[in-house]
Design a protein around this ligand. Sequence first.
Ligand code: ADP
Ligand code: ADP
Ligand code: ZN
Ligand code: ZN
Length: 845
Amino acid sequence: FQLLTFFMSNDKIIVRGARVHNLKNVTVEIPRHKLVVITGLSGSGKSSLAFDTIYAEGQRRYAESFSAYARQFLGILDKPDVDQIEGLSPTISIDQRTVLHNPRSTVGTLTEIYDYLRLLFARIGRPFCVNCGQAMKKETIIVAQEENNNQKNKTIEIFICPKCSLQAPKLEPRLFSFNSPFGACSACKGLGSKLEIDPELLIPNKRLSLAEGALQPWPKIFANQPSYWQMLERLTQRNHFSVNTAVQELSKSQLDIVLYGEKVKPVQDYFIGAIPLLEKKHEETDSDYLRGEIEKYMRVFLCPTCRGKRLRKEALTVLILGKTIADFTTLTVADTQNFFDQLSGPVGETKLTASEYKIAKPIFKELKRPLGFLIDVGLDYLTLDRVSLSLAGGEAQRLRLANQISSALTGVIYILDEPSIGLHARDNAKLIETLKKLRDLKNTIIVVEHDEAMIRAADWLIDMGPGAGKLGGEVVAQGRLDQILKNKKSLTGKYLSGELKIERSQPPRTGESKFLEIKGAKAYNLKNIDVRLPLAKFICITGVSGSGKSTLVIEILAKSLAHHFYRAKDLPGQHNKILGIENIDKIIRIDQSPIGRTPRSNPATYTGIFTYIRDLFSSLPESQAKGYNAGNFSFNVDGGRCRTCSGEGYVKIEMQFLAAVYIECEACHGKRYSDEVLAIYYKGKNIADVLDLSVSEAMIFFSDIPPLYEKLKTLHSVGLDYLPLGQSATTLSGGEAQRIKLATELSRRSTGKTLYILDEPTTGLHFEDTKKLLVVLNKLVDKGNTIIVIEHHLDVIKCADWIIDLGPEGGNKGGEMVACGTPEEIIKNKKSYTGQYLKRQFNAK
Ligand code: ADP
Ligand code: ADP
Ligand code: ZN
Ligand code: ZN
């Protein structure tokens, strides 16, 4: 980093001639050491500028600073399509796409907090005997040690049980690490849980016989391996029953033989049991598909040995003030802070001995730093043992932000993607302060953001547009807030000045309606609450981060209904019952997860538009003459697709230590099809040209084909005019994926009794996009459907028919229903944070 300081004499980062994705040869100056916010419509090119140009070039230069030897492992980093970037310094991106895959990492381990706790336990923990529970005593012993062939005596201290003379393992930090073989519970290898086949899922229908496929995964997984069928057949013969007997008629011991294997091993072809067989396959297979198939029959069980505490018992019998290290990790960040605050007082007030306190004091001091930053970014309600995998994208992002501040680097360009996601207006101010703190350490903060408070707090704004996709990619306006407000070209400016607004299209729908009612909701932090949801309304679930919104709506409601309507295997969160299910006939969750995980999925395939297009191409006279059918125009099967890339357009190159890299296919140049197929034209365009059309272009091109036109119109109505039909799913943003799903739902015949659930649908959306989204959602409600959204966006909350406000705080201090009613009623409720902010919103414009 010091090497690079001479670059930093510049007070600006200058990007010249950026042409990544839709950027139109953009040149822009970004002031250093400022909080810079990039705004603009969804798809206007904000991420292309911030992440795919500035960050990508920063990464590439970073990689270049390594030796050639190291570079081969870092991979080929393409130079982004940009003429020049001046004044670049090391760049760090803190986005929401970085998924935390590791089931071993927790809030504690990700933040150094757990490292300090381990150190604390190694230094002042008091061990108790795992045999008899006695407090162990410290004893000094002398042992002989061989050193350079000399016999030497060494004095060590050890802990011994006075009653049964058992010796404790050495108290050192690694004893308390569940990611080390020294500390981990050996039964679950430190995971705290085990993924196991659930017999109930394996045989859902006991009326079937083995021959009829009672073992549900059997036909799929072992279909082309007759040996496994023969094995079952011989097994049943040996044990005197038949593959044709219904499972419910088998005795328990016979069923156990099928599931868990034979107790008495025959000489030949011993059957280890369906469950061990599948578990073995699950562990050994290198096919993701097969592993996924088997996981459909598996559930996560708490490890019976450590009961989820992840550590071996010798580590779990070491205490500080009566608590094990696992007990400490069940505390929230806020409670941990309070606990150590109390201990940090005058020595007499703590229950630690004077010498323990002296040892612990510097560790307390270190602990306070990361704890404080987590509180600053609004994560005070998370427990230290919370598995990082279960964090929402916004939570994980803010956790990484806290880590960055904690590391106190300077001279860095930080690039963030909507850090306000998941944050209530109340906590936004704290987040903004945190970013300013990071800026004041002489860093440049570039934030892609839609949140009004964040935009207003920026030192410098860059407004992208004027439209999205091909219609965007330019800097429409830049400058300080007052300059943007005056700029007639800036759409963002117009919304900020109040010239444009998101308005309620109608007063709240207050008419009589049927209800869905959740009784006794108790999962996670919910305090045994009853919640009534009026149907055929637009309902917003609000509350500060961690108050219990997702737990109520996703964990309990969505999962229960998915189980009811679709027999989904996921167990819903704890509650008594849900009343009124008969008033709806299906549930649809529309989230921001990708619409497909391979470059072969795209908006056309997802929405079904591609089926029409393929039919159209195969019905052309030229196709008929060549005997082509719709399959020849598919890139999912052989017949018309490019053979080199199997229709992906790209070739995947596996990198040794890094994520795989995709490179355009040399044979078809990314067009995905064989030359023969590309020679067939409809109205002057071949199938690859058609896939390149944007939604609005396609609407003109296919205006005389009604079913196609109608489907395209739904994509238009959710604001995706600019989107190319064939853009691969892997490059779509979460917001784009969500709107494609919404459009697909819109094009289905509505039953008028559907419940739609959306989680922060405004993610990635500009005011203008949000306005369009509200129109679409209202249309669905007008047909009698019910919409439930979890939202923080005050303009959306303002437009709800009914609000359910949870809280009052996050974590254990939340989980209650603070208020419910129309926006007007919520405003009057003094206890509701949402009400207070909503009031300002109503008054402001
Ligand atoms: P924003 O961040 O403003 O929402 P983006 O920069 O993500 O917009 O996208 C700008 C345009 O570039 C959009 O039309 C988007 O679909 C397109 N785009 C984004 N990523 C890729 C990619 N990897 N390949 C092709 N097009 C892309
Ligand atoms: P919100 O959606 O309002 O932000 P959540 O429903 O996600 O809040 O969280 C409510 C409480 O439940 C929080 O204390 C949170 O830490 C806890 N919680 C949520 N998900 C999990 C989980 N998978 N494991 C443990 N605790 C969880
Ligand atoms: Zn265990
Ligand atoms: Zn190809």
